[in-house]
Design a protein around this ligand. Sequence first.
Ligand code: SF4
Length: 192
Amino acid sequence: ASVAPPGVPPPRKPRIATVSLAGCFGCHMSLLDTDERLLTLVDVVELDRSPLTDLKHVSSLGDCDIGLIEGGLCNNENVEVLREFRARCKVLVAVGACAVNGGLPAQRNALDVQDLLQSVYLTDPGLSPGARIPDDPELPLLLANVHPLHEVVRIDHVLPGCPPTADAIWQLLTALLDGRTPQLTRAELRYD
Ligand code: SF4
């Protein structure tokens, strides 16, 4: 390995952040399915905020080279986090169907949110006495519809699939780390 001359800092490793918004963590599971390739990855990148690190404290997001976002937008907190990722990440990737087009959570878009809350918390059978619609001010506010990421910020790359395969995520990530434009073949992409 080359050694930097005295006083010259070693090259900075690319910094990656990942987050799950309105998703099920299945896309993160698919990333974990890259198995032993993850060991290669952690050698060459720094992980910023990410559920992959399992850090329990919430740290503020640093400046990142790549942000991978799973899940769409179902509440105001999702929107804030997405905007923070856009501001901090040079390249932002929508990973998975929920991020790309709303996915499964967007199936609620055909229904009225207020009707849903009332039926789940006030009128459906089996409710505890005194049940009420949660209104703690710390709870994120639900949006009327679930939105894909590109409706709120500019997205640089999309990776469809529910979830995308581990190989597809790996192809995309390694291309970005190499400074190449990801070009996945039809066989590597999936739309279900
Ligand atoms: Fe889960 Fe599929 Fe959405 Fe990924 S795309 S977060 S696997 S529901």
